[in-house]
Design a binder for this molecule. Sequence first.
Ligand code: B1M
Length: 243
Amino acid sequence: MRNKTAGVERMGQDDLEELDLRALSDAELVEQMHDDLYDGMADEVVEGTRILLERGWGAERVLADALVEGMRIVGVDFRDGILFVPEVLLAANAMKSGMAVLRPLLAETGAKPIGKVVIGTVKGDIHDIGKNLVGMMLEGAGFEVVDLGVNTDAEKFIAALEEHRPDILGMSALLTTTMPYMKVVIQTLKDRGIRDDYVVLVGGAPLNEEFGAAIGADAYCRDAAIAAETARAFIEQRRGAGA
Ligand code: B1M
């Protein structure tokens, strides 16, 4: 446990239990949410998310400043061996609870879908927070999203492409050991003669532009907002070309 309370001062457990999130300033609340996310306290993260929205924060700002930044801190301590898988799972669960509050706000467009995306985390990889965020932002940008979940192999991707006939295939990988599988999927598409039927977008923390180009993706997307922008740009380009 980080045992830090909104940067105010250290408090005992009794004080922590009584902490009134509404009494905190925005900056204190955000810092407290980082602590709560770190400690896997889903109810508190949800409450903090709601309070920031009530205070007029936009969903994207809450997402970036409170949730994604909180998860970044978790990632640093996970890397450094201070946190272990069970704690990180709790933190991920708290993050997802906050994201569930934001989801309808990020996804609402009310308009007819501008295109369809099939997305999944590749085989061997069970990280799904980033992929879920990308899905939400794509929905917010007007796409219909078919989410295949995690640990998705080439056959499952291809079956979904055949079933849903999307414009875009999105793949996520968070491990250096699973990112090469994206190339396997793209090669399988090529072998079946269907590679050019889809725009292929890839993303995930260990990837970069060069990797995306090397495996034959159409674009590497650094984050969820860029994924939504890139998807939109490809659709406009394709429609402009009469596809
Ligand atoms: Co894992 N894990 N993890 N983990 N985990 C990382 C990725 C790691 C970097 C931690 C570290 O050491 N610092 C490290 C990978 C090292 C490496 O390969 N270089 C790691 C490891 C080693 C592991 C295990 C092997 C640990 C173990 O078992 N010993 C294991 C592997 C399990 C498996 O997949 N087979 C494992 C397990 C787990 C948990 C299950 C505990 C949990 C996942 C829970 C879940 O996702 N439901 C977990 C978590 C939470 C993390 C960290 C801490 C956070 C990932 C995250 O959610 N980030 C992570 C550390 C880190 O990334 N700094 C880590 C927040 C999210 C918003 O960002 O996912 O990057 P991100 O997504 C971004 C962009 O990358 C991009 O947009 C997103 C939003 O802006 N993006 C896309 C992502 N996908 C995209 C797809 C697109 C476009 C953009 O398509 C078009």
